[in-house]
Design a protein around this ligand. Structure first.
Ligand code: 5GP
Length: 211
């Protein structure tokens, strides 16, 4: 029987570099990973494209997707809906791909409840000050917006203990490869467990029959 791919959730504070880690994983290991493109009601930002960054929908269309059970999970963030389309993710996993969901913390916990085998990764900065300085250097947001992101990070930090692993993005290159190794190790461990369990189950059935 072909093993299904892993469902991988990647979260982290705004500015931690999770987007770069995800895009590098997809670029370096295109046969192993597949990215779920979310649906959102937020406005398209300059440089973004429909179907590449998100599927942009009205609130009404989004609520119809909720009603028709087309989303694996959804959450409200900053006054907008964000959700993971179900069919794409399930069919990619079925074909053996490890599907990455780059989603926020509430959605991550919903995935964990629905898919206990999902692997949850929370990328941490080496310390709070470097996260703050990274956002200041980026220069794309005002001081107020950055302070709000720090406030939100305080809340998000409460969810980090529910994740399986928390690689630190001190050195980007190291963080990308560490994240990849953590995923591969998890996949191997699950395959071994599945194999062992199936042989134990077969043997148990034989023992029970012979009684
Ligand atoms: P942004 O608007 O900056 O692209 O994303 C805002 C937040 O929404 C980010 O933390 C991002 O990871 C999260 N997000 C993106 N797609 C989804 C989704 O499908 N579900 C959930 N729960 N969060 C998402």
């Amino acid at each position: 029987m072909q093993n299904k791919g892993l469902l991988i959730v990647i979260s982290g504070f705004s500015g931690v570099g999770k987007g770069t880690v995800v895009s590098e994983l997809l670029k370096r290991y295109p046969d192993l990973y597949s990215l779920s493109i979310s649906t959102t009601t937020r406005a398209m930002r300059p440089g973004e494209e429909e179907g590449v960054h998100y599927f942009y929908r009205t609130r009404e269309a989004f609520e119809n997707m909720i009603a028709s059970d087309s989303l694996l999970e959804f959450a409200e963030y900053n006054g907008n809906y964000y959700g993971t389309p179900k069919d794409y993710v399930l069919s990619e996993m079925e074909s053996g791909k490890n599907v990455i969901l780059e989603i926020e913390v509430q959605g991550a916990l919903k995935i964990r409840q629905k898919f206990p085998e999902a692997f949850l990764i929370f990328i941490l900065p080496p310390d709070a000050r470097s996260l703050y300085e990274r956002l200041i250097k980026r220069g794309t947001e005002t001081e107020d917006v950055i302070r709000n992101r720090m406030k939100r990070a305080l809340v998000e930090a409460e969810y980090a203990p529910y994740y399986h692993v928390c690689p630190v993005n001190d050195d980007l290159e190291k963080c990308i490869e560490e994240t990849h190794s953590l995923i591969i190790n998890k996949q191997k461990e699950m395959e071994e467990r599945r194999r062992l369990l199936s042989s134990i189950t077969e043997e148990l059935a034989l023992i029970v029959e012979n009684k």
